[in-house]
Design a binder for this molecule. Structure first.
Ligand SMILES: *Cc1c(COP(=O)(O)O)cnc(C)c1O
Length: 441
């Protein structure tokens, strides 16, 4: 009699990762979005032109931000870097989770945790560093919360030979030091934010020398840094904007080929949402099919109850940062002065959500859901025990939604194909799991 294996090697249940599955173009949803995307505006109502954004961002990235072309070619050099960094990422089947839940559903996931920094963020970091390098930028400046984005951009800077400066939310800088170290290993300059390097940071530190900081504040500091650099530095953002979501579509374009290889097509596509980039990355290539009318796939986007921008936010123009230095973007927002509670899913602590995703929510294409921290860590822990991979606390929100959906499929007795994005691993986020295991969440 054979041993009952509780750890079914996911290797045997993966679609192949042939290089051809990595697309040669990104998919731009702006070509297919229902209705026009409201433009960025200044507080006086003036529409933001490309030239204004070029003061902050590399020119090519601004072109991509405004482009309505359906497919935008990935430069060959960049595509080979993607391959070197482990793309295509694996498409795995969570067979043990299916068995545990007793569901007829097939649960598939794209695993972005295999990249060197452990999340999907490198997909856009590499593109942003690459275009900046081509255009002669000396330094790229950014903000980071838990450090996923900062570490990805730091690595991208090291690989392309461009200097990186990161403003890291102060509480994370001190409480979660490992990703700050990673950034410094890659050669980046890292400052806790609020910092005394900018006038906005100094003002906040005068009011409160122990200020914990926030993502919105760190964005304000990074932008002030760029504005004061006199053209030497450019700004990079890790989510929300069109060009960032565009770069992430490699995830979904690969996944399409991989599910096809398995002879399947997803009935439901699930992911977690901070600013929306990993979710857009996986879902937009499938949303294309639904918008064309060739599928009736459902799209579920999960967020924390503590930062409910999609489920409770207002759809209106708002700033992207706390100080109000960015243009105004029409999106679902909790208000730029909203201070997110210190939940462990640092990557989901943002007051707004991508404008394209907001439009898709308004049209009922994407259904948002929100979960509490405890149920999320419970789902993450269960997944780790069954499948071996410890989900990032952000990704664990997607796992929670997957479990709910798989149980609904069980009730209805339907063999649904559920596809989700495991946006990263949680091996540098174990403090959250410690707090959960010790009953503090
Ligand atoms: C940053 C991050 C997120 C949230 O950002 P999105 O832009 O919504 O994808 C989710 N998961 C991981 C692992 C992250 O690093």
């Amino acid at each position: 009699m054979g041993l009952r294996w509780y750890f079914a090697a996911p290797m045997a249940l993966r679609a192949s990762q042939v290089p051809d599955y990595l697309p040669s173009s990104w998919y731009n949803i702006l070509a297919d979005l229902p209705g026009e995307l409201p433009p960025m505006k200044l507080p006086n109502g003036q529409i933001v032109e490309k030239l204004m954004l070029e003061k902050l961002f590399a020119k090519t990235l601004v072109e991509q931000e405004y482009s309505r072309e359906r497919y935008i070619q990935i430069p060959a050099e960049l595509r080979s870097k993607y391959l070197e960094l482990g793309r295509p990422t694996p498409l795995l089947r969570a067979k043990n989770l299916e068995e545990y839940l007793g569901t007829p559903a097939i649960i598939l996931y794209k695993y972005e945790g295999v990249t060197p920094t452990g999340s999907h963020k490198i997909n856009t970091a590499l593109a942003q560093a690459y275009y900046n390098k081509l255009e002669g930028t000396e330094t790229i400046v950014t903000e980071t919360g838990a450090g996923q984005w900062g570490s990805a951009l730091s690595l991208a800077g090291a690989l392309t030979g461009i200097h990186v400066r990161v403003y890291m939310v102060r509480v994370s800088y001190y409480q979660k030091p490992y990703r700050g170290v990673l950034m410094r290993i890659y050669g980046a300059e890292v400052y806790p934010s609020p910092s005394n390097r900018t006038s906005f940071g100094r003002k906040l530190l005068e009011q409160n020398p122990e200020h914990p900081g926030s993502l919105g504040i760190a964005i304000s500091e990074a932008i002030e840094d760029v504005v004061m650099s006199g053209g030497k530095a450019k700004y990079c953002l890790g989510s929300v904007l069109n060009h960032v979501l565009l770069h992430q579509t490699v995830i979904g374009l690969e996944a399409k080929k991989q599910v096809e290889e398995l002879g399947l097509y997803p009935d439901v596509v699930i992911g977690c949402v901070g600013g929306g980039s990993n979710y857009a990355g996986l879902s937009y290539p499938f949303i294309y099919d639904r918008l064309k009318g060739s599928s009736d796939t459902r799209f579920i986007a999960a967020e924390p109850k503590a930062v409910p921008s999609m489920t409770r936010g207002e759809y209106r123009y708002d700033y992207g940062d706390t100080a109000g230095m960015t243009p105004m973007i029409k999106m679902h927002t909790l208000g730029h002065e909203f201070t997110p509670p210190p939940i462990h899913a640092g990557g989901l602590r943002y007051h707004g959500v991508a404008p394209t995703l907001s439009v898709l929510i308004n049209h009922g294409v994407v259904e948002p859901v929100a979960y509490g921290q405890r149920e999320v860590f419970e789902a993450g822990t269960l997944f780790a025990k069954l499948e071996g991979i410890v989900p990032a606390p952000e990704s664990a929100h997607a796992v929670k939604a997957v479990i709910e959906e798989a149980l609904r499929a069980k009730e209805r007795g339907r063999r649904e194909v559920i596809l989700f994005n495991m946006s990263g691993h949680g091996l540098l986020d174990l403090q959250g799991y410690i707090d959960y295991l010790e009953g503090r969440i």
